[in-house]
Design a protein. Structure first.
Length: 336
């Protein structure tokens, strides 16, 4: 008998799909979602996801093997669609028999969904619009994550509450939809489940768990921050397709603005082309996130965090966070 009968009843399609006890994904977080946190999430009944980020195929190979050594529970791998070696990374997932691959960061390139399905894995996709969601679900996506702008990391322009109202009534009957962005407590999980979501994805809430390898200074910055400190990066030049990033404001956020101005100028002078300009912007954040998470450089590094950061006050074990979320959700549903 489950401790959370009402929650589990609403999550059933999600847990069947993921193979986990709770349909609670810990979204991939570059540098943070590695073997330790991913296995802790899965061992606590959730669904951990390795953030491949800019890893080489060899590094991903090692990370998957190491994660498997720490948990026998299901977990997924998140691949960024614009990774230059995307298909090699898919081969590594195939080699390990990864059961779920999350494709993030843009429309999956031709053949990628097919290549993943070819070795029997499920494909989880993101979609910023309803039309694209329908297209991706028609062309092989097995489940969808809708992620609102409250989230940490790269974000779209629309809030979770609006996306949920737009997507869930249209899709939830025939498709598996997980809701992400701004979820800090189980009460919010309850309401998205009631709207038709089969589960949720959280990042910020787990980023500074006890098992997270993030630097103590990164964690301190999280515990000190209020919701309003997790701000969106500014797009300086409309020609530069900067995807807004939500992170705690610091010197780094100002430096990113300066970097954009510099890149725009080099674009004007013909010194670099658009592709190169885009890469430089992407690389800035990749390096900056690592500096914050691993080195603890919370001055100029990028402390990616969602607005739910204001609800985090202390380091807790993953199992406690998971239990709290489930309990809050169950209590909320029981009061209805
Ligand atoms: C520090 C950090 C790094 C992230 N890195 C990635 C990433 O590499 N790939 C990805 O798809 N999402 C990334 N995300 C988004 C999370 O997977 C998740 O969807 C998001 O955190 C959910 O919203 P929340 O932060 O409000 O809980 C990141 C989020 C954070 C906070």
């Amino acid at each position: 008998m489950t401790e959370f009968p009402k929650t589990h009843a609403l999550m059933e399609r999600g847990t069947d799909f993921l193979g986990s006890e709770h349909a609670v994904l810990c979204g991939a977080m570059s540098w943070v979602s590695e073997r330790t946190l991913v296995s802790a999430i899965s061992n606590a009944g959730g669904f951990g996801v390795i953030a491949c980020g800019a890893m080489t195929p060899d590094l991903l190979d090692t990370e998957i093997a190491a994660t498997k050594a720490l948990t026998s529970k299901p977990f997924g791998v998140n691949l960024i669609t614009m990774h230059p070696q995307l298909f090699d990374l898919i081969d590594i997932c195939a080699k390990h028999g990864v059961t779920h691959v999350v494709l993030a960061g843009g429309i999956p390139p031709k053949g990628s969904v097919e290549a993943i399905k070819a070795f029997g894995a499920k494909v989880i996709v993101f979609a910023p619009t309803l039309a694209l969601a329908k297209k991706l679900l028609r062309s092989g996506g097995d489940a969808l994550v809708i992620e609102g702008m409250e989230a940490g990391g790269h974000i779209g322009p629309v809030s979770t509450s609006v996306l949920a109202q737009e997507f869930l009534p249209e899709l939830s009957e025939d498709h598996l939809v997980f809701v992400a962005g701004g979820i800090g407590r189980g009460q919010a999980i309850a309401s998205y489940l009631e709207m038709g979501a089969v589960g949720v994805q959280l990042g910020t809430r787990f980023a500074c768990a006890q098992e997270s390898i993030a630097h103590p200074d990164f964690k301190k910055a999280f515990f000190r921050a209020n919701a309003r400190d997790a701000i969106t990066s500014v797009q300086v030049d409309p020609r530069l397709p900067v995807i807004p990033v939500r992170a705690l404001k610091n010197k780094g956020t100002e430096e990113f603005t300066a970097k954009q101005i510099e890149v725009a100028k080099r674009l004007d002078s013909g010194e670099i082309e658009m592709g190169e300009a885009q890469l430089q912007i992407e690389h800035f954040w990749a390096g900056a996130l690592r500096r914050a998470v691993i080195d603890g450089d919370v001055e100029s590094g990028s402390i990616m965090a969602g607005q739910s950061v204001g609800m985090l006050k202390e380091e807790e074990p993953v199992a406690d966070i998971m239990h709290k979320l489930m309990l809050q959700c169950e209590e909320a549903l029981s009061k209805r």
